[in-house]
Design a protein around this ligand. Structure first.
Ligand SMILES: Cc1cc2nc3c(=O)[nH]c(=O)nc-3n(C[C@H](O)[C@H](O)[C@H](O)COP(=O)(O)O)c2cc1C
Length: 191
């Protein structure tokens, strides 16, 4: 059973990358094989039907789908932009749904693994509205199973210690419980 962690932000100092990296570390510390990847390494053009008709999905969309297929559980830490998910994250997910082998709908990769959504924001609500939207995209749009456990980390600019852990013990425990729940669900799914 393997878990993948990534953030819906490519920004160097991204709070959400910190959250995803910490989740990966927690998983590893608990004996779970876990990998963090950076969307900065999977840059794709904005989805455009004409572009797709001419060239098909970009190579990096194929690579990202292949990456997802290697993991049983996926943890996504998303920023909130104007009460929703960032275009970067939506665009990445949209392109992946367009990578289809013969006879595929494109959603198989989402239906066959488990997801956890979480987020971090410098604001007071931790990007909660973005999490609701991401949950809807994954569950309703893509037919994915998303575990109910999540963390919406507020005041993220002040939330992390120098070593990357969360200063607030309750928040650290909450993140650990999300990672554990994802591992349990992914194990069940993979069986
Ligand atoms: C266009 C834009 C819209 C934003 N809207 C929200 C918002 O609705 N709610 C919120 O909590 N933060 C909002 N923010 C602030 C982001 O939470 C903040 O930039 C955050 O650091 C982005 O995540 P990252 O640190 O992982 O890159 C917005 C930022 C941008 C650039």
């Amino acid at each position: 059973m393997r878990l993948l962690f990534f953030a819906g932000s490519a920004r160097e100092g991204s709070h959400n990358k910190k959250l995803a990296r910490l989740g990966q570390r927690i998983a590893e510390a608990n004996g779970i094989e876990a990998v963090f990847i950076d969307l900065a390494d999977y840059e794709m053009p904005i989805y455009h039907g004409d572009l797709e008709a001419e060239h098909g999905p970009p190579k990096r969309a194929r690579a990202f789908k292949a990456l997802l297929q290697e993991y049983d559980g996926v943890f996504i830490a998303t920023p909130e932009y104007n009460a929703s998910v960032p275009a970067l994250l939506k665009n990445t997910l949209d392109w992946v749904t367009r990578v289809r082998e013969k006879g595929e709908t494109g959603l198989e990769v989402f239906k066959s693994r488990v997801f956890a959504v979480s987020g971090a924001s410098p604001g007071y609500y931790g990007g909660m509205r973005s999490l609701l939207t991401l949950r809807q995209i994954l569950e309703v749009g893509m037919g994915a199973a998303v575990i109910p456990q999540q963390i919406a980390l507020p005041r993220a600019a002040h939330a992390f210690d120098e070593d990357g852990s969360l200063k607030d013990e309750a928040q650290q425990t909450l993140l650990k419980s999300v990672v554990e729940a994802l591992a349990v669900a992914a194990k069940r799914f993979a069986a």
